[in-house]
Design a protein around this ligand. Sequence first.
Ligand SMILES: [Zn+2]
Length: 284
Amino acid sequence: MAFYAYDEEECPIHASLAVKGERYYCMECFLPVKARNRRALSSHFYHTRTSPKCRLYSKTEDHLLAQLQLEKLFPPGAIQLERPFLDISRIADACWEEKKIVFEIQCSQLEIPEATARIKDYASQGYRVVWLLHDRLFNRKATRPVELFLRQGLAYYIHIERGLTSLYYDQFEVLAHGKRLKKGKKLPIDLQAPHFLAKLEWKDFFPKQVLDRVASDPFYFKGDRLNKALIAHYSPGAAMSMEHWRILEVDLGRRPKRPGRLRGWFLLYIGYPYMRMLAQLGAK
Ligand SMILES: [Zn+2]
């Protein structure tokens, strides 16, 4: 399903302006599509024939809904949905022209080569990809390599709610051995507030997930993990939380199993405070 399709003259047209009896073609696979009006979802085009390889064909209702909600989040006209990039034969879910950002809403699985190709293609046009991973499929207990890969860069989670606004969020987490071993609370992010990261010195107490993000792309949104890590540069409370995640990464990442209850209690009340004390002594 898609909001736009080509008419006979290959001009993109919105589904709400489609005329009955006219022919329309998918912007990605060029197979015939038809317009449909559904009150709950607004007008969209659907394929009249199966086209499993077409990305627009495989888009679900949740996907369209998330696109509309994302568009509404910004001032009118700021976001362009299904913006075609002809040079790289791609159609961005949503494009923020002013900031050169492409939002990719991911409601289905994908492989690392496809994810890398998309990032590279948009970069060649001067655009940065921000992934919004649908948390019905991602952010689950089992993690696939692609989620690990995307989460090292600019990828957040999206919780899509019908009739409500979607929640865009980040979180601290420990991913290891194909599993999500630990996740922190949801950190709502402000997609309208992107920032470049200034060059900073990152001390030893920062968790790997923060350092990976910095190395991958020094760019962040208000409220995300990187934003929290910035606060830790001057707030001792936030710095302690960073260290907590660093220790969890080391400890949980080392062993395939979570610690038993006794070991967990020992670490929490004796082990971690002791390690923290040692780290503080070392920092002096
Ligand atoms: Zn198609």
